[in-house]
Design a protein around this ligand. Structure first.
Ligand code: PEP
Ligand code: MG
Length: 594
């Protein structure tokens, strides 16, 4: 009997292979060991040497990561390097050696335990990431102190193709993976935004995270199916299940093959309405793959991933280089760069946000940018400089009020004037847009439209704020439904307001990547849809298979429906007349949850 485990999809792709369970465990330190007074200083020195060695090893892994996954991505090791310089951690450990005559191993373990317990009171993904970094550092220092070799990961996974199972993968382990051997990753912990998930996407290894106690359930050699799009792992699958997934994989690949052929064809409906199909990217390195997959530009570049896990804010030069890299990949095509959407579930250490009862209703996105003008100015200056190299447009997250747009505009104008005075080339005009992702912004859309050059609808947040359903709470996943009539009506309000004002209306939330959702949005006169690179194929297929007229009729009908089921069923039936939706089955979730 097979066992199905569902987690969070973190990197797309379907693979079938035996499991290899990796235990990157922190070594057990013998208890009750102390050192005589005369040896205390030697013990302190042994600890400092181990820290220096660990730092050197982390730097070496970082240097390798720069080559394999890119410079920006390699920055995720910065916090580990900094931890080993942190006075609280290092001096605290030395204090335990000197005061309690503990061995270096035991003293360090104590100090780390204290850090862990302080950090683990938070449920924020960013803090959870810090715990992963801490575990990485702890294992390195302890292994050195205890005379154990650095784990030779390559030897553990070489040979056949395997799906790597771990309780949690630390970034430095993930970055050592060779995609030729490790063809899938499944972990007990982790979030979509955790470092390992980001690295898995960059390395193109299908990945599912947050799978509970999978690593305790699976044994080396167990056969598994891993579906990184669906977020599912099947343990000991039957022949029938394997066949189903092979078929699904085949269909997805067939879609992708089709896209190779479609990539150069325009993204137009059968009756000639052009829908710009753009890509969402999290890291500058993804721009190239988005372009080869046929995106007409970037509809959402989430710049906050530049700062994920960083102890210091990235400077103007670093940001400028990242923004240029994306613009260079899409010469002549729009690249929408969103200013930092920090807070909520993304907390860089340098912001000292502090604990909030309700982070998604708290200090986040444009609120943070406007309250931290120095940080915001650095980003706007970098954007201003990058803008002359392409069609870069600036987008503000979580706008609720006109004043937020206007205050941002004043800052942007100031930055442009300053750059001009410094002799930097800056564009004469620019495009500034707002994400519409709260009911407040939706209700205010007709007025907001007079103050911006474009709207981009963030359905992920719009759904959670409209329905009062946390987008990350798996218990409520059933209620997180973008086809709820209240959401549909707000979408209509926004698209109508944008069209009446003559500005572009795009959609960059996950609903745009749902075939049925895309169909409805086309019917509502959305001008552009922006989806993850892995969804470009399907959505291009949807656009080229439907007529705008049929989509408009379907959207009009959806607006009259009173229940989420009635909305979804009506749309699905109409779309099925033009497209074999069976091919998509299982590949997306009709309720559209993330
Ligand atoms: C959204 O809210 O729909 C969106 C695209 O932004 P994010 O998912 O980054 O919050
Ligand atoms: Mg959002």
């Amino acid at each position: 009997m097979s066992v199905i485990r569902d987690g969070i999809p973190a990197a797309p792709g379907i693979v079938i292979a035996p499991a290899r369970v990796l235990r990157w465990e922190v070594p057990r330190v013998p208890h009750g060991v102390t050192v005589p007074e005369a040896q205390v200083e030697a013990e302190v020195q042994r600890f400092l040497d181990a820290c220096a060695y660990a730092q050197e090893r982390i730097r070496a892994v970082q240097a390798r990561a720069e080559v394999t996954v890119g410079e920006v991505e390699a920055r995720i090791f910065d916090p580990q390097v900094l931890m080993l310089e942190d006075a609280d951690l290092v001096q605290g450990t030395i204090g335990y050696i000197r005061d309690n005559h503990l061995t270096a191993e035991r003293a360090f373990e104590w100090r780390v335990l204290e850090w862990e317990s302080a950090l683990s009171h938070s449920s924020h993904p960013m803090i959870i990431d810090r715990l992963a970094d801490l575990a990485d550092v702890q294992a390195r220092v302890l292994r050195r102190l205890m005379g154990m070799p650095d784990p030779d990961l390559a030897a553990r996974v070489e040979g056949d193709k395997v799906i790597l199972i771990a309780h949690e993968l630390t970034p430095s382990v993930t970055v050592q993976l060779d995609p030729k051997h490790v063809i899938g990753i499944a972990t007990d912990l982790g979030t979509r935004t955790s470092h390992s998930a980001i690295l898995a996407r960059s390395l193109d290894i299908p990945c599912v995270v947050s799978l509970g106690n999978l690593s305790e359930t699976v044994r080396d050699g167990d056969e598994l199916i891993l579906d990184g799009r669906q977020g599912r792992v099947v343990i000991a699958p039957s022949d029938e299940e394997k066949e189903t997934y092979r078929q699904r994989d085949y269909l997805v690949r067939e879609w992708e093959q089709e896209l190779v052929l479609l990539a150069h064809l325009p993204s137009v409906t059968r009756d000639g309405t052009r829908i710009e199909l753009r890509s969402n990217i999290d890291l500058p390195g993804e721009a190239e793959s988005a372009r080869t997959h046929g995106a007409d530009g970037v509809g959402l570049y989430r710049t906050e991933f530049l700062v994920v896990g960083r102890a210091t804010a990235p400077g103007e030069e670093e940001q400028y280089a990242a923004y240029r890299k994306v613009a260079d990949a899409f010469l002549g095509q729009p690249v929408i760069i969103r200013t930092y959407d920090l807070g909520g579930d993304k907390f860089p250490a340098f912001l000292h946000i502090g604990r909030e009862e309700n982070p998604f209703l708290g200090w986040r996105a444009i609120r943070v940018c406007l309250d931290e003008p120095d940080m915001f100015r650095t980003q706007l200056r970098a954007l201003g400089r990058a803008m002359v190299h392409g069609d870069i447009r600036i987008m503000l997250p979580l706008v609720n009020e006109i004043s937020e747009v206007e205050r941002s505009r004043v800052l942007l104008e100031e930055c442009l004037a300053q750059l001009r005075a410094e002799g930097e080339p800056v564009p004469a005009t620019y495009k500034l847009g707002a994400m519409i992702e709260t009911p407040a912004a939706a209700m205010l859309a007709p007025e907001l439209a007079k103050h911006v050059d474009f709207f981009s609808i963030g359905t992920n947040d719009l759904v959670q704020y409209t329905l009062a359903v946390d987008r990350g709470n798996s218990r409520l996943a059933r209620l997180y439904n973008p086809f709820h009539p209240a959401v549909v009506r707000l979408l209509d309000l926004i698209t109508r307001a944008g069209n009446e004002a003559g500005i572009e209306v795009g959609v960059c939330g996950e609903l745009a990547a749902n075939p049925v959702g895309a169909f409805m949005l086309i019917g509502m006169r959305a001008h552009s849809l922006s989806v993850a690179p892995s969804s470009l194929a399907e959505i291009k297929k949807v656009i080229r298979s439907v007529t705008w007229e049929a989509a408009a009729e379907a959207a009009a009908e959806a607006l009259t429906a009173a229940t989420p089921d009635a909305v979804a069923t009506g749309l699905t039936q109409r779309l099925s007349r033009m497209l074999d939706l069976g091919k998509f089955n299982g590949g997306y979730n009709l309720s559209g949850g993330e």
